[in-house]
Design a protein around this ligand. Structure first.
Ligand SMILES: C[S@@+](CC[C@H](N)C(=O)[O-])C[C@H]1O[C@@H](n2cnc3c(N)ncnc32)[C@H](O)[C@@H]1O
Length: 259
């Protein structure tokens, strides 16, 4: 493992490959449903990346703010049709005034933030009374995730256990910081099954497609690919089919800052 911090500048130009235009994202619908309660409100995405979700929320408001640590990702976000107010900064020290936003959310990003509890505290500070705080992503601690990458690439699962906060801790910190009506629910179920060599065409097997694989040293990544190929060959030798599955629950954690 190189480090537990990924340099998104290096993968920014490839990042949007994960958003094919053909795909409807259930997590996006969950975010839209919540955002619709704050029509014309001030929205902030922390870890906004290439601005995919902010751009989607333009149908609800024009007041769209994005904060990201990576200049490369911010450059990509500048190309979105929606007018985004983008800043470079850190999730644990938000460069905004108290009581500024109606909705503050992060998608697939909290596992990159160095201090999860500090992020929750900052979210509470910059939200307006009545505002909502949302994080969306998966929780490898839950034991309901089954992803072939965890089986074939050394260290990936353990690193995820270290990077992701358990959902139960997240809810506890939200309560401690003052959020009320906290809840968690599954908003998307990713289920992809590849049989035999088809796995080698899975776009999420590319090293730059996910932070899990991008964090690996090249040799460790190559070794994982070799293991997959060996498993395919062994199955073929036994005239069996080998199935590689990605079965991942995406959860939404939600809390409100009451007036
Ligand atoms: C997996 S990407 C998600 C981007 C976007 N939310 C999406 O769903 O497409 C994670 C993002 O978090 C950003 N990030 C990582 N650490 C951060 C930090 N401490 N503060 C702010 N952003 C950070 C990265 O630069 C990257 O753009």
């Amino acid at each position: 493992m190189k480090t537990s911090h990924l340099n998104y500048d290096q993968i920014a130009s490839d990042y949007n490959q994960r958003y094919p235009t053909s795909q409807q994202w259930e997590r996006g619908q969950a975010l839209l449903d919540l955002a619709a309660r704050y029509k014309d409100g001030n929205f902030l995405e922390v870890g906004s990346g290439t601005g995919y979700w902010l751009n989607m929320l333009h149908q609800i408001t024009g007041k769209l703010f994005g904060l990201d640590y990576s200049f490369g990702m911010i450059e990509q976000a500048k190309g979105r049709p929606a007018p985004l107010k983008l800043l470079r900064g850190s999730a644990v020290q938000l460069p905004y005034r108290d009581n500024s936003f109606d909705l503050l959310y992060s998608v697939d990003a909290i596992h990159h933030f160095v201090d999860h509890k500090a992020f929750v505290a900052e979210a509470f500070r910059v939200l307006k009374p009545g505002g909502a705080f949302v994080t969306i992503g998966h929780d490898p601690h839950e034991g309901i995730t089954n992803w072939y990458a965890y089986d074939y690439f050394d260290g990936v699962y353990d690193t995820d256990l270290r990077r992701y906060p358990p959902g139960s801790s997240l809810l506890k910190w939200m309560g401690e910081e003052g959020f009320e009506n906290t809840s968690s629910q599954t908003v998307e179920h990713i289920l992809n099954v590849h049989v035999g060599e088809a796995i080698l065409r899975d776009p999420f097997l590319k090293q730059n497609a996910t932070s899990q694989l991008a964090l690996l040293e090249r040799e460790v990544y190559d070794e994982g690919i070799k293991r997959i190929k060996r498993a395919i060959a062994d199955a073929q030798a036994r005239s069996e089919k080998i199935v590689f599955s990605s079965d991942i629950q995406i959860k939404m954690f939600l809390g409100y800052k009451f007036e």
